[in-house]
Design a protein. Structure first.
Length: 67
């Protein structure tokens, strides 16, 4: 499958997965002493963000996964 949206040009170099990854993202949360509530709005990531293949657990910067 060729991705054309959020995962465009992303592919695991170890196993070839193109479907599902885990990224470390930047988002907003409301935080109090009792905990945090994530505001499910915009999220940001870039080529320096941590990325992990859900199939084989290959991990590193997202740039490592760019085709």
């Amino acid at each position: 499958m060729t991705n054309t949206n959020c995962l465009e040009d992303v592919r695991c170099p170890a196993c070839g997965n193109e479907d599902t990854f885990r990224f470390a993202v930047i988002t907003m949360a409301t935080v109090t002493d009792d905990g945090a509530e994530v505001e499910h709005g915009d999220m940001e990531w870039d080529q320096n963000s941590y990325a992990e293949c859900v199939n084989c657990k290959e991990h590193g910067k997202l740039a490592h996964f760019m085709a």
